[in-house]
Design a protein around this ligand. Structure first.
Ligand code: MLT
Length: 254
């Protein structure tokens, strides 16, 4: 991986492939390796850039609080460094929230956006409270209990569960806490999407138990330029459960 120093952190990223630039933003509490299985299906069509968000993978972990917009600013800094003005950007779940924050702050840099197993709605009061409670638990006990309990919520596929378990246990406590707080504080992006002029591709498993496909259908109904690729049988990790189909959806961003 390469590393770039900016915004007070080191941001690690991988880049490969040929074609128009595509930024893939990973979900929670994962890192850029969550794209490993889908990436080979994309590199003939795109210049694929996969960063580790602040707090995850090989990027710097901060003890201070930050927002999804701060995380989006890191992506803008990375594109500046790479000399890329406009991009197709797709985010998985939490990566979708950061994609939306990026699109809202930097609309002039967007060719198209993809939201994979994600949503535009903000958290309910109950969900917010749950996140802050999880943040406290992780701060005290570490990510290990999350690494045990979360994989079965992400996928019914034992291979994907095991990959997710390894990925989650590699993450640092402070990064997981930082992301939980940032997600809890994020705004609602549905009205922003309603007025957007760029194409929006929604990719969602019909068996997603963490963020139901209805969240994508809500965007489809509200936004003029949205289309939905429904992946039958996928839960919350389509890029690992059905990488080829997920890549087919991402290619709609070209
Ligand atoms: C994710 O998969 O990124 C998170 O579970 C999203 C969320 O908790 O809202």
């Amino acid at each position: 991986m390469k590393t770039l120093a900016m915004n007070g952190i080191n941001l690690a990223y991988t880049r490969g492939g040929n074609g128009v630039p595509l930024l893939l933003v990973h979900g929670f509490p994962l890192d850029s390796t969550s794209w490993n299985e889908v990436r080979p299906f994309l590199e003939d069509d795109f210049d694929v850039i996969t960063p580790d968000l602040r707090g995850f993978g090989q990027s710097t972990t901060l003890e201070t609080e930050y927002t999804v917009t701060d995380m989006a600013d890191d992506l803008a800094g990375l594109l500046d460094h790479l000399g890329i003005k406009k991009v197709a950007i797709a985010g998985h779940s939490m990566g979708g929230y950061i994609t939306l924050a990026f699109a809202k702050k930097y609309p002039e840099r967007i060719n198209a956006i993809g939201l994979i197993s994600s949503q535009a709605a903000s958290d309910s009061a109950e969900r917010k409270e749950g996140r802050l409670k999880s943040a406290q638990e992780v701060a005290i006990n570490g990510v290990s209990s999350m690494a045990q309990t979360m994989p079965e919520k992400l996928s019914a596929n034992p291979r994907v569960q095991s990959l997710a378990r390894d990925l989650i246990s590699r993450q640092k406590n402070a990064g997981v806490v930082g992301a939980l707080k940032a997600m809890a504080a994020r705004e609602d992006y549905l009205s922003f999407l309603k007025g957007c002029h760029f194409p929006i591709v929604l990719i969602h498993g019909d068996a997603d138990t963490l963020i139901p496909i209805d969240r994508s259908k809500e965007i489809l109904a509200a936004a003029d330029h949205a289309r939905l690729l429904e992946i039958k049988g996928a839960n919350h990790m389509p890029m690992m459960e059905f990488p080829e189909q997920t890549a087919k959806g991402i290619k709609l961003l070209k």
